[in-house]
Design a protein around this ligand. Structure first.
Ligand SMILES: Nc1ncnc2c1ncn2[C@@H]1O[C@H](COP(=O)(O)OP(=O)(O)OP(=O)(O)O)[C@@H](O)[C@H]1O
Length: 257
């Protein structure tokens, strides 16, 4: 199993954001996490990607225990992610935004950090080629020197995905990738996620409020409510799960009140 999350819990000063969350995600599998606002979905991603350490439980990546590792080590081991609020660097071009995620494999010498030695130049070239490669895959090759803020929202999401690909992920965590997108953009994004999952074969986890997207492409859905799992199954199974229906109807009634 590529990713095995077992009984993780995370508490913030008395708020039980996530309690006893477990999931397994295999190569090529897409697992959706849905649930009302504040259900603890992003906390799950924050714990898996090392932004926070779980209070309890364990996370295994290809059998390796990564539960207590810091975020940069978890990224290096191949857990890539995007964020609910797009995090791009203004003032940097699109390719520079992706280049930020490049981790040189051959370390420069002290001299190399001051002057461009052949070793440093070769590594920078490799990084640039890698960025171009991933930008091409997400459909942004023609915009590499543009400012990210000039891109349509849907393209900014693609840029974030290209950046996440730079860690050569075994697991890709997408936090509400369709937030703010119009229906055409949602359709294009759906195609992209499916293509990436098929071509790279990584394990994908997807938090999403746009049910048409998440129900359409997930092999398995986990439904969270108040930090707890209230349903797991295929999209069809969770749609027919009474606890899930009640949680969603309850949330809708509150919104309408
Ligand atoms: N860093 C933090 N400090 C304190 N409380 C937090 C922190 N992160 C999350 N929480 C709390 O944990 C609970 C779950 O939040 P979380 O963001 O994980 O939910 P969510 O399901 O992703 O919500 P949404 O769909 O609105 O993004 C909320 O009550 C939230 O206020």
């Amino acid at each position: 199993m590529l990713l095995q999350v077992s009984n993780i819990s995370k508490n913030f000063g008395g708020v039980q954001a996530t309690k006893d969350f477990s999931v397994t995600v295999d190569k090529g599998e897409i697992v959706g996490i849905i649930g009302p606002n504040g259900a603890g979905k992003t906390t799950i991603f924050n714990v898996i990607s090392g932004v926070y350490t779980a209070d309890e439980g364990s996370i295994l990546l290809s059998g390796q225990n990564v539960t207590k590792l810091p975020q940069h080590e978890i990224t290096k081991l191949g857990i890539g992610r995007t964020f609910q609020n797009i995090r791009l660097f203004k003032g940097l071009s699109i390719i520079e935004n992706v280049m930020c995620a490049f981790d040189p494999q051959s370390k420069y010498s002290f001299i190399g950090s001051i002057i461009p030695t052949p070793k440093r130049k070769a590594e920078e070239k490799r990084g640039k080629e890698l960025c171009e490669h991933y930008l091409e895959i997400v459909g942004l090759k023609d915009y590499i020197n543009e400012a990210p803020e000039n891109l349509a929202y849907g393209y900014q999401r693609r840029l974030e995905i290209a950046r996440a690909l730079m860690c050569n992920p075994k697991v890709l965590l997408l936090d509400e990738p369709a937030a703010g997108l119009n229906p055409t953009e949602v359709g294009e994004l759906t195609e992209l996620i499916l293509k990436l999952s098929k071509d790279f074969g990584f394990a994908t986890m997807l938090i999403e409020h746009r049910l048409e997207l998440v129900m359409g492409i997930s092999h398995k859905i986990v439904v969270q409510n108040f930090g707890k799992t209230i349903g797991v199954g295929t999209p069809k199974e969770v749609q027919n799960n009474p606890a899930v229906i009640e949680a969603y109807l309850g949330a809708e009634e509150e919104d309408n009140a």
